[in-house]
Design a protein around this ligand. Sequence first.
Ligand code: PEP
Ligand code: MN
Length: 347
Amino acid sequence: MIIQLDPWITGADRQVLEAALAAIDYKATEVRTQERLYLVAIGKKEFDIRSIGHLQGVWDVHRVSDAYKLVSKKWKVGHSTIEVGDGVSVGGEEIALMAGPCSIEGEAQIVEVLTHLRSQGVKVMRGGVFKPRTSPYAFQGIGLDGLKLWHQHAREFGIKIISEVMSVQDIQPMYDFLDIYQVGARNSQNFDLLRELGKVDKPVLIKRGLSGTLEDLLQSAEYVFSGGNERLMLCERGIRTYEQAYRNTLDINAVALLKDKTHLPVILDPSHGIGIRRFVEPVALAGVAAGCDGLLFEVHAIPEKAWSDGQQTLNFAESRRLIHKARELFSFCRGLDRAFPVDQDLA
Ligand code: PEP
Ligand code: MN
């Protein structure tokens, strides 16, 4: 059960509520987020929900039988829109596009990609400065100095930054230089990291774990939400299966299902999802058709020269084409009647 409280509930009203919960054998945990105050109450007994709902200081009560609670759609009507700042949002009426290289490489590459994104009206650039690589001998990312350089240029272009945070100790140093923290697939169940991100007043994108179930992902989101941060989005990026023909098995089902289970925005990463450049566009569009709120994909001026993941990275012409088609399809699917200009040099 989720009980939304008046944030200024009196001590006396609180005692009455706690006694009422104890009487029906429910154990309550207080969750104070940056926006609201809740009690998440767990118990088994049948009871009349109105006996809680009418108490002083209680705004609203909902039964939520799922293992995850605050991220569930059972209590919150409609979808959450996440404000990133300066009018940029995720989960609103426009498709959220976040694109950029797998790894940030240096000034020239940063400016090339920013120029491309600005020309396409893309408001968020992705890129890793701390890279989770399978081999310790592979390129590990250019680190915090790279993030600072990137941030300086991105601000000049008016473009927001999403970047992966790999450890608790990097949260604070990165804070002033990014707009969205990305939790990578390999850290999807790093509960210490998730709990700490609950304390941060910046949005968080959580990727599905390499072999994570959708319930695992929703529970990870619950960690951040109950830790205090409601500005959350989920990302399907493919899972490990027996199939070897492509990098991961991109689970389009997950998009449709997550949109039904949670009020949080759902993002699709087709680049890591399939891992093969020429199939990134079709699977991205499949995700849009399935109802995702946005795409996170890899783009580079010369993918063949990218320092990591070039095999799944789009060049600028391919990126333009995907952006155009994704916007058209998104508008069609959401029943919006919007016209987007077609680029002159579209192939
Ligand atoms: C990434 O987006 O840079 C990345 C490493 O992806 P994932 O965590 O999905 O493997
Ligand atoms: Mn990558």
